[in-house]
Design a protein around this ligand. Structure first.
Ligand code: ZN
Length: 269
């Protein structure tokens, strides 16, 4: 029998740069945002783990596309956003929204649901206040990335900024399980926004070394993102000065800085 301290949080690679997070107690496992079934099934088989629940953060196909295949007639509970249509999956999904709890017996997991609109209108995140070792965990889909944030497909900059503020307010040691390996390209952009940030330069070297060895740069932590992620630093005077200088714009407040930064990122190469 494994002790609860041996819970594993594993990023299973899918598509080009997605991670499907699998959490296991050594026997049973959950999958977060399985856009593809095959990599999850292969990984579970390799470890001898049984899939007991699926969590979904938003409706995009690279996050939900593998669910039907994984269910394949099994009674596995699926939790997903109350505010988004999930097509043929709709009858199988238990709808949750900000403030709701998702409680599982094995693995023993207790998530609080957070509303984090912006990338999509009904995007949610799952926050585990503490694992058996006391470490909090966040599954945030395409809202917060290491050194970046999701594109605004459906929401406004003000919504996304409020969503990121709520995530940035979580405990600093929270491990952040993002859904994509975008870190190196995000760091290139972050360096353009925040060129004098020493912590960011250090992270740039460390992240590059990890990727050279094929190692995920995730999870990150909330404390680390507060220090290096320009989208969490829109209120920082040096970030605002750098944006004003490079974009030849007046940066009146942090929402203006965030909006300019998000638009710049969309065209940044
Ligand atoms: Zn998405």
């Amino acid at each position: 029998m494994n002790s609860p301290l041996e819970y594993e949080y594993v990023p299973v690679p899918a598509f080009d740069d997605n991670y499907i997070w699998v959490v296991s107690d050594g026997r049973n496992a959950i999958a977060v945002d399985p856009g593809e079934a095959a990599p999850v099934r292969a990984y579970l088989a390799k470890r001898g783990w049984r899939l007991v629940a699926i969590l979904l953060t938003h409706h995009h196909n690279d996050h939900v596309g593998g669910v039907a295949d994984l269910l394949n007639g099994q009674r596995v509970p699926v939790y997903g956003p109350a505010g988004e249509a999930l097509g043929p999956l709709d009858p199988f999904v238990t709808r949750v929204k900000g403030g709701d709890r998702v409680q599982l017996a094995a693995p023993a997991l207790d998530f609080t649901v957070l509303d984090v609109p912006g990338h999509t209108r009904g995007h949610i995140a799952y926050f585990q206040a503490g694992d058996p070792a006391g470490v909090p965990h966040l599954f945030c889909g395409d809202t917060l990335f290491a050194c970046g944030c999701g594109r605004l497909f459906e929401g406004s900059p003000a919504q996304m900024l409020a969503s990121l503020d709520s995530l940035a307010a979580l405990p600093g040691k929270t491990e952040v399980h993002c859904a994509h390996e975008y870190t190196l390209s995000n760091i290139r952009f972050a360096l353009a926004c925040d060129p004098d940030n020493a912590a960011l330069h250090t992270w740039s070297r460390d992240a590059a070394a990890l990727r050279e060895r094929g190692v995920p740069t995730l999870p990150t932590t909330i404390a680390h993102e507060r220090a290096v992620n320009p989208f969490l630093r829109a209120g920082d005077p040096s970030v605002q000065a750098s944006l004003a200088d490079q974009l030849h714009e007046t940066v009146s407040d942090r929402l203006a800085a965030f909006t300019l930064m998000r638009e710049w990122k969309n065209r940044f190469r």
